[in-house]
Design a protein around this ligand. Structure first.
Ligand code: AMP
Ligand code: GLY
Length: 416
């Protein structure tokens, strides 16, 4: 089968690598992709936001499955456009992607489904924001209601900073602060008239969202991740599947807008129990990199099963033993600014290491040289016998790569 991956980041590179390993896949194609993806896939210069163009490309190459990586095309209806021409597409409809596209909608669904989440107020004026901040008290949590690439949230003790952030957003969600460690759990979700809801959870992972060590500095798209999490209770995945993922997918089906795709639950394990921090409607970045590095069973049956309403017939995924750790190297100035065109050296040396992958995100080829293209540049992903081993190998990999102004955290998967 030919598979087309839509997107350009590290998540899409990790997906392309996992698809290329799947014995059922004859060719991987990607649009627009990046130089790393180009090593395992045929790249096409098609706008990922243009549903008609993506559907036409899928037809032209005879794709048996399209996988939409990022949220923006999903929210814009690209999966609907592909499905409309009769090609299976992994990724929810625009209606179902609202679980990520609108925080207000996600809260409404969670409340209707009885899914535990932070108390929240929706505010569209400065007075409403001030009243909500004072009702919840510090630390203050203010979120842009729309898509903001992980950077629309401020968590601060500084009331003025919270007000200023809200003023720059338009409508916002002000919510109660959740204490406790965060966990990301992804479920491959399907729904059909015949089988009802099917959820296959993947491995739990942890993401490191702040730019600097010790969770300091501004939020980013994610600076590293690891899986599995040796410190979570054995039944955590079952509990999240039962209390969060399933009821949400069931509520979406009840509303006539079934969720078919990957539901990403970002959770806080608070002193009062688990709470959803956010939903995303697609694979998370960078958690996907270590999760897929441990996937032992083929990826296509899961994605195709969800896309064709036959997920109930697909066995749950199986995993390699051990652990995987991903360390992101970001460009100079990220996340405030972005630097482009800095030459990257060292990736070739790592290409021969069976335990370490250099997963590319913001890269470009200029005159045959790999250079930075801004934002998060690449993600060094290593597998090992346990988290400490994988972590040591990931940081050895990072030490072999350099580009001017590279930033990375030294404390990814360092233990809690
Ligand atoms: P979000 O875009 O909703 O995932 O928020 C980004 C990050 O902000 C989360 O991963 C948390 O680290 C932090 N955050 C969001 N909501 C809360 C909350 N209610 N309490 C504490 N931290 C939060
Ligand atoms: N890892 C955060 C995200 O993908 O939104």
């Amino acid at each position: 089968m030919r598979v087309l991956v839509i997107g350009t980041g590290g998540r899409e590179h990790a997906l392309a690598l996992a698809l290329a390993r799947d014995p059922g896949v004859s060719e991987v194609h990607a649009a627009p992709g990046n130089p790393g993806i180009g090593e395992v896939a045929t790249l096409h210069d098609v706008d990922p936001m243009d549903g008609g163009a993506v559907a036409a490309l899928a037809r032209a190459i005879g794709a048996g499955l399209v996988v939409v990586g990022p949220e923006a095309p999903l929210v814009a209806g690209v999966a609907d456009a592909v499905t409309a021409v009769g090609i299976p597409c992994f990724g929810p409809s625009a209606e179902a992607a609202r679980l990520e596209g609108s925080k207000a909608f996600a809260k409404e669904v969670m409340n209707a489904a009885g899914v535990p989440t932070a108390d929240a107020r929706f505010c569209s004026t400065p007075d409403e924001v001030a009243a909500a901040l004072d009702a919840f008290g510090p630390p203050y949590v203010v979120k842009d209601d729309g898509l903001a690439a992980g950077k629309g949230v401020i968590v601060t003790d500084d009331r003025q900073a919270a007000l200023d952030h809200a003023a720059g957003c338009g409508s916002v969600v002000v919510e109660e602060f959740l204490d406790g460690p965060e966990v990301s759990l992804f479920g491959i979700c399907g729904w059909s008239e015949r089988d009802g809801t099917t959820v296959h959870p993947l491995l739990p992972a942890q993401d490191f969202k702040r730019i600097s060590d010790g969770d300091q500095g501004p939020n980013t798209g994610g600076m590293g991740a690891y899986t599995p999490l040796p410190w979570v209770p054995d039944d955590l995945v079952d509990e999240i599947t039962r209390t969060v993922l399933r009821p949400t997918v069931e509520e979406m089906a009840r509303r006539g807008t079934p969720f078919r795709g990957l539901l990403y639950a970002g959770l806080a394990l608070t002193s009062r129990g688990l709470r959803v921090v956010e939903f995303n409607a697609r694979f998370g970045d960078p958690e996907t990199q270590p999760i897929l590095a441990l996937l032992d069973s083929p990826l296509v049956p899961l994605l195709l099963g969800a896309a064709t309403d036959d997920l109930a017939a697909v066995p749950p995924p199986t995993w390699k033993p051990g652990a995987a750790v991903t360390v992101v190297m970001a460009s100079k100035g990220y996340p405030e600014t972005s630097s482009k065109g800095d030459v990257i050296v060292g990736t070739e040396t790592l290409a021969r290491d069976p335990h370490v992958q250099v997963i590319q995100a913001g890269t470009a080829l200029v005159d045959g040289h790999l250079v930075t293209a801004g934002g998060r540049v690449l993600a060094v992903t290593a597998t090992g016998t346990d988290v400490a081993d994988a972590r040591a190998q990931a940081y050895e990999g990072v030490a072999m790569i350099s580009f001017p102004g590279a930033q990375w955290r030294r404390d990814i998967a360092a233990g809690r």
